[in-house]
Design a protein. Structure first.
Ligand code: FAD
Length: 316
């Protein structure tokens, strides 16, 4: 079932989770262990992130280094199918522009369609580790909007080989990313919102936000979206904090702020066990306020700490 149908058919706030594919070599059972404690909350859908290949330097026996391409977390599409099969829950694979030619993207979409997956979250992806800024693959897409247009074409039965006869129309429900604290490359919020609106005008069914820790930023973002005519559901993305290191890692990696009240509390914690207690309570209060405000879905980035998310959702 499509994410947008879940939202439209529900009169209450839904729950959804986001997970990473396991590291190569770990096997799918590590993922099931992660998901098992979460499934009692009957998530409407589960997102699976996409991780592009990266260049790394590997030391050879003679002491020299060689540059090799590795993909540390492969398998997004097949993990989605495995989760659907095991838990009977809808899944949302993330699809990115980076590293894909348009032909490879079309093949990926055809595979998803064969697997019975009705949803995709379309993203540009970040720059590869060896690039200073995002470089599209030769013959690939530059922006999420271009990828979205390709999915829309397939939904209309238009394939890259324009002369295919009796080609089926796919039925993907399309989500896109939004940034309550602005995408870091955008010169200002107005520009970022304009590009977000272009994705919605081109047919995005809903928006999922980057994580935020201050609900007032989400509410302001939703208001700003509504003011420029974005009417689709805007799903808040939420993440627990559980280590002191996250005070610097999260702003650096995701270009978001931690509110002073939260970072001050984290700073005086004696250890990470205490940080986890602070982070769990913060996430609970955030979730309660958002639920009270009637958000369509509470979308949890569960990465590494499913138990915190389970504890919070249990309390809601
Ligand atoms: P876009 O919408 O293409 O926007 C990128 C930037 O370009 C923005 O600054 C935008 O304002 C600007 N822009 C857009 N169109 C134009 C235009 N026509 N002209 C000039 N500027 C323009 N990354 C992964 O690699 N894998 C994942 O699984 C993944 N999951 C994510 C899930 C969520 C919910 C979020 C919020 C992010 C996720 N990301 C993921 C990260 C994402 O790929 C990066 O944030 C990326 O830098 C931007 O992606 P986007 O889809 O928002 O890009």
């Amino acid at each position: 079932m499509k994410v947008i149908d879940h939202i439209n058919h529900s009169d209450q706030t839904l729950i959804s989770f986001e997970i990473l594919p396991p590291l190569k070599g770990k096997g799918i059972h590590s993922l099931y262990q992660h998901l098992d404690p979460l499934m009692e909350f009957k998530p409407a859908f589960i997102n699976v992130t996409y991780h592009r290949s990266e260049h790394v330097f590997k030391k050879k026996a003679d002491g020299t280094f060689e540059k090799v391409v590795v993909r540390k977390r492969p398998g997004t599409e097949s993990i989605c199918a495995a989760i659907m099969n095991k838990y009977n829950v809808d899944t949302v694979p993330h699809l990115i522009c980076g590293g894909f030619s348009v032909n490879e993207t079309e093949d990926a979409l055809i595979n998803l369609n064969y697997l019975g997956i009705d949803n995709v979250l379309v993203l540009r992806g970040d720059a590869a580790k060896n690039e200073t800024s995002f470089e599209p693959e030769p013959g690939g897409h530059e922006y999420a909007l271009d990828l979205l247009n390709q999915v829309k074409n397939l939904n209309a039965g238009v394939y890259l080989e324009g002369d295919l006869k009796n080609s089926i129309q796919t039925k993907f429900c399309i989500g896109v990313a939004g940034y309550p604290e602005k995408h870091f490359e955008s010169p200002n919020m107005d520009s970022d919102l304009r590009h977000l609106k272009a994705k919605v005008d081109a047919g995005a069914d809903y928006i999922v936000t980057q994580m935020f820790f201050d609900n007032s930023k989400y509410f302001a973002f939703v208001n700003a979206c509504r003011e420029i005519g974005i009417t689709v559901p805007i799903i808040p993305g939420l993440k627990p904090v559980y280590t002191r290191k996250q005070m610097t890692i999260l702003p650096k990696t995701f270009h978001i702020d931690l509110p002073a009240d939260l970072s001050n509390e984290m700073a005086i914690c004696k250890n990470d066990v205490d940080v986890e207690t602070v982070g769990t309570e913060w996430l609970l209060q955030q979730s309660k306020e958002l639920k009270k405000a009637g958000v369509p879905v509470l979308h949890y980035y569960t990465l590494g700490r499913p138990q915190i998310v389970a504890d919070v959702v249990k309390e809601l």
